[in-house]
Design a protein around this ligand. Structure first.
Ligand code: SF4
Ligand code: ZN
Length: 715
């Protein structure tokens, strides 16, 4: 006789609790109650214990207490659907217990680096990385694939099917080996993550999702129904479970359903489907369609005439030297990309011209050259939009499977993989991509577009010189754009889909904190849809020049935040600072001993002199609330004359990771020279090689005569 679904959930949860119980008992015997328990690179402790029980677990003793609490809360066997689903939560805690012990026994139990066999725990930085693609719809959803597909081929087909629809894929169990046997690349950058071989590694996925609710949604720890509400409404996730589905897996599935994530399975043992929650789809080949429908995900497809797959999921793909057909190298040869405005009469829409030899004339593995001239006409086209479109080229070309693009302007580098070349990818396909994506994304601005793909060396030389003249003119225009010189600012509320109260005010000298929305980007977005995510903010009523307060800005944030914000200053970190949503590139926080601020970027995993890592600092702010003393911001903002202007400007910066210093150094030094007449300001800023604690930081600052030491006290 078939077991009732309820009983499958209950029995599975019992099984999971027993596994955790055993692991806990062994760990206590081996390490004792005081042993430190933590996951790497997170400011959220064990995120599931924090989310569901409001417990900041740091020791094995505390972990045990959490487990006991979960047992008391989620063990009772009531034959009610509600309890069955809720038991999933106990299962999540039990799974987290097992994994936390694993990380206690062996730090980095799954190895580290992008080629590790299993991923295990995902860092806060990885969670935050998802912010922008989620809000822009570049990641329309998440799938957790569990178990063994009927064949290796089918596993690969399913994964690639999701990948080509830009759905983020997590793999659990045997499908990982199946994908590996089929030669698929598996890592976080290509958005196919081999989480782990056992069911309880699902706890890491639940942890990622719960941290998203805390980071972006400001969901208060302990409010476990609040987490379900957030995940149901804002995270479009679902599960594909291959038959046979054991009871243990059913228990995890119950939890997923409680979070609002439907489970699609071909296991006909569960003949009791729950509409929109547990869906039996016997034909695994229809998993994708059934899943997308269950979670109401509509995929916008841009039809592009190219022989390779095209999806945002391929943006992070790396093409190694050994795998490349050719290396288009702007550092050594004449290459460039240039978007320019033309009259309508000068353009034949969708004309793609290849001028010079095609890439099949290049010997495999050789260096070569290429330039793109993208010519645009439209009633609403403005010269100011040229750099906005030009910067999109980097993303668009990377979306093609087997194409890797880095750099910009005349310092581009493009690799075409052997596989892409073998599939028939040629020079004209670059033009097809640029045409289709630009027209698709900016149809309100671009009426006509044509692309010249140039490979002829002589022509490349002259066109590159023309492009450089255009870049220079553009830079002069960008320099003239200051907060004072423009008539309007813009709001951006794109992140409200995850962070409902957050608003960015985007100005020429302060780009959005994600680093992806400059004032020109916001202007173009507003042009496409004046009532969309970026609205005009006038600046007719200035209230305070130093702090950067305008009545118009206050009115705009009040409206856009639905009343949760009353006032923001644009130039202060201490007085009514701008809020953070969670997807910021950098976080800065005040450092009392030097009277300055420490800035750390998302990529940096080490400690700062504040005694906190990026993750820990980042967890001090987010979710659209104002937190004086901590502020998320874009990398480019660091060299802006408006950075903390109210508190003395960039002269407050006392510490940054070395890599960030190198990235923003030239501009920051220029700003410091202009503002304070200081030469080589970055040499006064400490980094991880000089200091990781307040004492050595203070010593370094005083040795260098750092200007922050002379400024008014911050607190
Ligand atoms: Fe989100 Fe602000 Fe970036 Fe807009 S500008 S996408 S609101 S972080
Ligand atoms: Zn954001």
């Amino acid at each position: 006789m078939k077991k009732l679904l309820f009983n499958r959930v209950f029995d599975g949860a019992d099984e999971m609790f027993a596994i955790a119980e055993k692991a806990l008992a062994e760990a206590l015997k081996k390490h004792g109650e005081g042993a430190q328990v933590k996951m790497p690179n997170t400011g959220y402790f064990l995120a599931n214990c924090l989310a569901y029980l409001n417990k900041k677990v740091t020791t094995l003793g505390e972990l045990k207490a959490c487990f006991e609490e979960a047992k008391a809360e989620w063990m009772p066997r009531n034959q009610r659907l509600y309890d069955a689903f809720r038991r999933g939560k106990g299962t999540f805690i039990a799974g987290e217990v097992v994994e936390a012990i694993r990380y206690l026994d062996t730090p980095e139990p799954y190895g580290d680096g992008p080629n590790r066999e299993f991923w295990g725990h995902m860092s806060d930085a990885e969670v935050r990385e998802l912010g922008v693609p989620l809000v822009t719809g570049d990641i329309p959803g998440f799938v957790v694939i569990i178990g063994k597909a009927p064949s290796d081929e089918e596993a690969a087909e399913l994964i690639k099917g999701y990948q080509s629809r830009a759905i983020f894929v997590f793999l659990i169990g045997e499908c990982i080996q199946q994908a590996r046997r089929m030669g698929l690349t598996l890592n976080f950058s290509v958005r196919v993550v081999p989480v782990g071989p056992d069911l309880w590694q699902i706890a890491h996925i639940i942890s990622l999702v719960n941290r998203a609710a805390m980071i972006f949604g400001n969901t208060p720890p302990g409010d476990h129904l609040g987490f379900d509400d957030y995940t149901f409404k804002r995270i479009r996730a679902f599960v594909n479970a291959f038959a046979p589905v054991p009871d243990l897996e059913v228990a995890w599935g119950g939890g997923a359903i409680a979070m609002g994530f439907p489970v699609i399975s071909n296991d006909t043992n569960d003949t009791w489907p729950v509409p929109k929650s547990l869906i039996i789809q016997e034909n695994t080949k229809d998993f994708i369609e059934t899943s997308l429908e269950a979670r109401d995900i509509k995929i916008k497809v841009t039809k592009i005439d190219i022989p390779v797959a095209f999806s945002t999921a391929f943006e992070g793909e790396i093409i190694r030297r050994a795998d490349m057909h050719c290396d288009i190298d702007g550092a050594k040869l004449d290459c460039f990309e240039w978007v320019t405005t033309k009259e309508t009469s000068e353009i034949e829409d969708h004309k793609i011209e290849v001028i010079g030899p095609d890439i099949d004339t290049i010997k495999e593995g050789d260096r070569s050259q290429m330039g793109f001239v993208v010519e645009i006409a439209g009633k609403n086209m403005q010269k100011d939009f040229e750099p906005v479109f030009e910067r999109r080229i980097h993303h668009y070309l990377n979306y093609a499977e087997g194409i890797m693009h880095t750099g910009q302007r005349d310092l581009i580098r493009i690799r075409v993989s052997k596989n892409a070349f073998a599939a028939g990818f040629r020079a004209k396909h670059f033009g097809e991509i640029l045409y289709a994506k630009l027209k698709g994304d900016y149809d309100a601005i671009i009426d006509k577009c044509q692309v010249k793909v140039v490979t002829d060396p002589a022509l490349l030389k002259t066109l590159r010189a023309d492009a450089n003249k255009a870049y220079e003119a553009r830079d002069a225009r960008l320099l003239s754009l200051t907060d004072e010189s423009v008539e309007v600012f813009y709001t951006c509320i794109l992140c409200q889909s995850f962070s409902p109260a957050h608003v960015c005010i985007v100005t020429p000298e302060r780009l959005g904190l994600c680093g992806a929305v400059s004032w020109l980007d916001a202007k173009a977005t507003n042009e496409i849809d004046p009532n969309g995510s970026c609205k005009v903010v006038t600046k007719k009523e200035p209230l305070d020049d130093v702090l950067g307060i305008w009545q118009d800005v206050n009115d705009a944030v009040q409206e856009a935040s639905h009343g949760s914000l009353q006032q923001v200053t644009l130039y202060s970190i201490m007085t009514d600072p701008m809020t953070s949503c969670g997807c910021f590139e950098c976080i800065c926080g005040i450092e009392p001993t030097t009277n300055g601020v420490v800035i750390v970027n998302r990529e940096h995993t080490g400690q700062t002199p504040l005694g906190m890592s990026f993750s820990e600092m980042a967890s001090m702010t987010g979710g659209g609330v104002q937190t004086p003393g901590f502020m998320g911001h874009g990398k480019q903002f660091i060299s802006s004359k408006k950075f903390m202007k109210a508190e003395g400007g960039p002269a407050r910066i006392v510490w940054m990771p070395k890599a960030l210093k190198e990235l923003v150094g030239a501009r920051l030094n220029k700003t410091a020279k202009e503002l304070y007449n200081i030469d080589e300001f970055t040499s006064m800023i400490a980094d991880e090689e000089v200091s990781q604690d307040p004492e050595s930081l203070a010593a370094f600052a005083s040795e260098k005569g750092h200007p922050a030491l002379q400024l008014e006290p911050l607190m």
